[in-house]
Design a protein around this ligand. Structure first.
Ligand code: MV4
Length: 453
């Protein structure tokens, strides 16, 4: 097992990884930018080393400085967290080139699932149902129109070079195609350095359900159930939960088996997530695979009792999975609310500042994963998500009430947060009935852009 791990990230995920290392008796090295010298993750780690100036591009995306920091501190492995360099195959390869273990899939597996158009092909060949769409990337708008003609509008163009929401457009007719393709392609080029797009049939009013997989380097792979992730604002998830109200135990088994097939087809190891769209008749379609631990991994941990980050470290060290599929149980219900330093009453406008009060209730089934504390300075250099509140209870209704009580009990001063919006969400009749699709925010609870809630 590793003796020292460098955590190549910041915020709550850095704190999360440091905690997992501590439980395993592994020393930790934190990296920080000039703006993060007093950050919580720096205070938690055994060692800390500055890797650059405040802008993310100068520090947490600065692969050379991070690798140098790992070498000079004698780290044997690097945990990238999520975002930043976590799905950068070149970084993974460079770490291995410096004789360090990258805690994640191999560089080849990252590349294979990171090319979203090629991944669809891999999955189709593996017998995983895929959203109808183009075989490969498209050449230009005419090519896209041709494919849209076969699929029928509306269609979605997406970036081959990366997932999430950048470089995505929904197109309703031929006239919109040229502009949409040019905008999406330039957005993708600036975000991922790759302007290639592919086309999919836009499947309206479905659920966005992802399955967690965990694979070791010895050919073993299990799934850890699904997460309902339809509640997104501008392709940013706001609230996730598990299990998904629309997934029966037999559907869970089928989606889980498809996700395991997807991981095996990609020759995948470590933690990964297979994203599907699920329709009202229980048919599911692959959209993409993510080669990193996800923000929302705690809801799966609360249901299964599996510590995903700890298993990532064990698998990276060459250990065999300690779980058989038959030994994975899904108990109760878990919900995660992402707490952003943003004004939930003004269109989620960023709300930087110094936190002068930071208190959350605690108790059975209440977990707060955070990278801030009282006195922390929240800047606009980085992602505005400063904490995740995760609640577990025996049923969905009890879990909703526990989450509401926890958020109502929060005492945060110095910045605005999205807690007011989350409380509205948890009180919304459609949400409480589990009537959730990808259109939920737009149709049931639009983000207020100004004035009191
Ligand atoms: C889709 C889709 C419908 N049809 N793909 C992909 C990235 C993720 N952030 C959202 N994604 C989606 N991909 C096809 N072919 C629906 C979503 C989607 C979504 C789309 C618009 C508005 C909100 C959404 C919430 C979840 C999923």
């Amino acid at each position: 097992m590793f003796e020292k791990i460098l955590v190549a990230n910041r915020g709550e995920i850095a704190c999360r990884v440091i905690q997992a290392c501590r439980e395993l008796g592994i020393a930790t090295v934190a990296v920080y930018s000039d703006a993060d010298a007093d950050a919580l993750h720096v205070r938690m780690a055994d060692e800390a080393i500055c890797i650059g100036a405040a802008p993310n591009s100068s520090s947490y995306l600065n692969a050379a400085n991070i690798l140098s920091a790992a070498v000079v501190t004698g780290a044997e492995a690097i945990h990238p967290g999520y975002g930043n360099l976590s799905e950068d195959a070149n970084f993974a390869e460079a770490a291995e080139g410096c004789k360090m273990t990258f805690i994640g899939p191999s560089a080849e597996a990252i590349s294979r699932v990171g090319d979203k158009a090629a991944a669809r092909k891999t999955m189709r060949d593996a017998g995983v149902p895929v959203v109808p769409g183009s075989e490969d990337g498209i050449r230009d708008a005419d090519d896209a129109r041709q494919i849209a003609g076969e699929l029928g509008y509306p269609v979605m163009v997406k970036a081959s070079g990366g997932g999430g929401g950048r470089g995505i457009r929904i197109i309703h007719n031929d006239q919109q195609m040229k502009e949409a393709v040019s905008q999406a392609s330039s957005e993708a080029r600036s975000a991922f350095g790759n302007g290639e797009l592919y086309v999919e049939k836009y499947m309206e009013d479905l659920r966005h359900v992802e399955v967690q997989v965990l694979a070791d380097k010895h050919g073993n792979c299990v799934h850890l159930g699904e997460r309902e992730c339809s509640i997104q604002h501008r392709h940013q998830k706001l609230l996730e939960e598990s299990p998904c109200a629309a997934v029966s135990s037999s559907l869970r088994r089928r989606m889980g088996e498809a996700a395991v097939r997807a991981a095996q087809a990609a020759n995948y190891s470590n933690a990964g997530t297979v994203e599907f769209l699920l329709d009202q008749r229980g048919r599911f379609y692959f959209i993409e695979m993510n080669a990193r631990v996800q923000v929302e991994h705690p809801v799966t941990e609360m249901l299964t009792g599996v510590d995903i980050v700890r298993e990532q470290i064990r698998v990276a060290a060459g250990e065999k999975l300690r779980y058989e599929q038959g030994g994975i149980w899904f108990n109760g219900h878990a919900i995660e609310c992402r707490i952003l330093a943003a004004d939930g009453e003004r269109g989620f406008m960023p709300s930087p500042g110094t936190i002068t009060r930071w208190e959350f209730p605690s108790g059975p089934g209440v977990r707060v994963d955070t990278g801030v504390a009282c006195g922390s300075v929240v800047s606009t250099h980085y992602d505005p998500m400063i904490a995740k509140v995760i609640c577990w209870d025996q049923t969905r209704d009890l879990c909703i009430e526990r989450m509401r009580a926890t958020l109502q009990g929060a005492r945060i001063e110095g910045i605005k947060t999205t807690i007011p919006y989350h409380l509205m969400l948890l009180g919304n009749a459609y949400f409480r009935r589990g009537e959730i699709t990808t259109q939920f925010i737009q149709r049931r609870l639009p983000i207020p852009t100004g004035g009191a809630l």
